[in-house]
Design a protein around this ligand. Structure first.
Ligand code: GAP
Length: 526
């Protein structure tokens, strides 16, 4: 949802924080370095110094993200889940334009309602989300200074503690220290707040609302008349095409329309790697149903979506469902019905959780607003009920970029016993490289046999051929890439027509007849 109450959820820490699950501990810095080193994720326009909030996916990151997207499309659109009544449900796909008529965003409520409170620092010209700032100071608001830091930023809080000791002569042991959200301070206290990057108080402005939509101009005339917006969610393209889909696809309520695509938000403080960026991808379903059945479908989608993330390899103790508090609800959420988030324990939120997907009951807010603003009828005639109505909508809205980050975090497995010290334990379904083929050495017919095997396998899957450096280094590279199996052609292959299969997770090495390799792999990648 629109990221309110992020402070309470505690997921705004810098990505230096370590992840501690029952099985592993690692620093986000190590994951970010691996992602760069192995071609998963690069900073956008890096050679020009980057651009805050924008990221590029490298060759392996692109494959990984596409695999997650394709798995979602397969499991939600092509072979959608079985509904609560035991019957298969129906979902169709869509790919709508990123730029739509600007009236769309007035109707959807984004022009008026898609705001975050922001605070500027007059001294450093930095800009912060007001609801991401905490202040540290004495319990009594008296005359003392208060020191601001970004929620979850341990280094920032340490700095505040140090400054309190230095300037306010308050020792770290003093009991009356309080951390509280900046937005809870009375307005008069703001002049005593020292900004996160300043030494003197009074540089922070009062919070003011900031619209998150990116504005652009359509056509040659750059005037307000030609202003338009990059979509902040893929959902609206679905509502706009509701009639088109009903008229052309012979679908009957209840049914869903799904879309995967880019969304853009001018986030005040993009943070935590690709978790909160300004350009990202969403995978959204708008599920249209009769009002009387909306509660059942809401429960169904909450359960289905949680299970889906678990089926993608996120362990159940790293995933939780959380109901939104009343003050977090988006402008479209139906009163009294609420929204659940599927949350994942990211390294920078641990031991708390951060949002991966929102499942919202949007009521008939969007269809009724578009009907009002466009003056076009969007009602549905339900033949079996003999009733004309605006369907209610349950919306499972997942972040593809965030999902990719969660799967990267889950896969990152430190292992001191390996040459690489770490391997990426991707499920084969999402692994960017499914298998690698190596000739042990570059002579004695081995490259020819390995090359032939590679040619065969790559017709069906993303396969890597590597003949450079020692076999140990090649295994290490594949461990970091998260490649589940390596096939090595060695000097025995010529005689026994078999290769060695090395398993990424168990490190077992077994012999397999070369003419069995394709079927063996197909079995495991089913
Ligand atoms: N149509 C509803 C909607 O857009 P949302 O909760 O604002 O709801 C849905 O966004 C999902 O999109 C989130 O759960 C998150 O995974 C992803 N998302 C939202 N803002 C994001 C950002 N700035 N960077 C990366 N992912 C984001």
């Amino acid at each position: 949802m629109i990221q309110a109450a992020a402070v309470r959820a505690g997921f705004l820490g810098s990505y230096h924080a370590g992840l501690m699950t029952s099985t592993k501990t690692f620093s986000m810095d190590d994951l970010v370095a691996l992602c760069k080193r192995r071609g998963f994720i690069y900073p956008a326009s890096e050679i020009y110094g980057g651009l805050n909030g924008f990221w590029d996916y490298g060759p392996l990151g692109t494959e990984l993200k596409n695999n997650i997207r394709d798995a979602w499309w397969h499991d939600m659109v092509r072979c959608p889940p079985i509904g609560p009544d035991g019957e298969p449900i129906s979902i169709v796909g869509l790919d709508s334009s990123i730029i739509q008529n600007p009236r769309v965003w007035e109707a959807s409520g984004h022009v008026d309602g898609f705001n975050d409170p922001m605070v500027d620092c007059r001294e450093t010209k930095s800009r912060y989300r007001a609801d991401h700032l905490m202040v540290l100071g004495g319990e009594d608001t008296g005359e003392r200074r208060l020191y601001a830091y970004l929620a979850g930023d341990d280094e920032g809080r340490d700095r505040a503690v140090k400054l309190l000791g230095k300037y306010e002569k308050v020792s770290a042991e003093e009991a009356d220290w309080t951390d509280r959200p900046l937005v809870d301070l009375p307005a008069a206290a703001l002049e005593r707040v020292v900004g996160p990057d300043t030494k003197e108080p009074g540089s922070l402005t009062e919070p003011r609302q900031f619209n998150l939509m990116f504005k652009t101009f359509v056509g040659a005339l750059q005037s307000e008349d030609s202003a338009a917006y990059l979509r902040p969610e893929t959902a609206q393209g679905i509502f706009l095409n509701f009639n088109n889909v009903v008229d052309t696809m012979r679908v009957k309520v209840p049914f869903g329309i799904a879309q995967v695509g880019k969304a853009f938000r001018n986030e005040v403080t993009p943070r935590n790697y690709i978790f909160r960026s300004r350009e990202f991808e969403q995978m959204e379903i708008e599920w249209f149903c009769h009002e009387s059945e909306a509660a059942t479908w809401f429960d169904f989608w909450c359960e289905t979506r949680r299970k889906w993330w678990e089926s993608m390899g996120l362990t159940s103790d790293s995933v939780q469902m959380r109901r939104h508090d009343a003050d977090e609800l988006a402008h479209y959420a139906k009163e009294g019905c609420g929204t659940f988030d599927v949350e994942y324990r990211f390294p920078f939120t641990s031991p708390d959780f951060g949002e991966l997907e929102g499942v919202a009951h949007r009521g008939n807010y969007d269809l009724s607003r578009h009907m009002e603003f466009s003056k076009k009828k969007l009602e549905y005639f339900d033949q079996p009920r003999n009733e004309r109505y605006l369907p209610h909508v349950i919306e499972p809205s997942a972040g593809l970029s965030r999902g990719t980050l969660a799967i990267l975090c889950e896969a990152f497995t430190p292992d001191e016993a390996r040459a690489s010290k770490v391997y990426m334990k991707f499920q084969p379904r999402v692994a960017p490289i499914k298998a690698a083929v190596f000739p042990l050495v570059n002579k004695d017919g081995m490259p020819e046999i390995a090359g032939k095997l590679y040619e065969t396998l790559r017709q069906r899957w993303p396969i890597q051929y590597d003949a450079k450096q020692s076999i140990g280094k090649r295994y290490a590279r594949m461990d970091e890439a998260g490649c589940p199996w390596c096939f090595t052609v060695d000097s025995d292959t010529v005689n026994d027509q078999a290769v060695t299969v090395r398993d990424r997770d168990s490190l077992s090495q077994d012999r397999l007849a070369i003419d069995q390799v394709e079927n063996w792999l197909a079995d495991r990648l089913k």
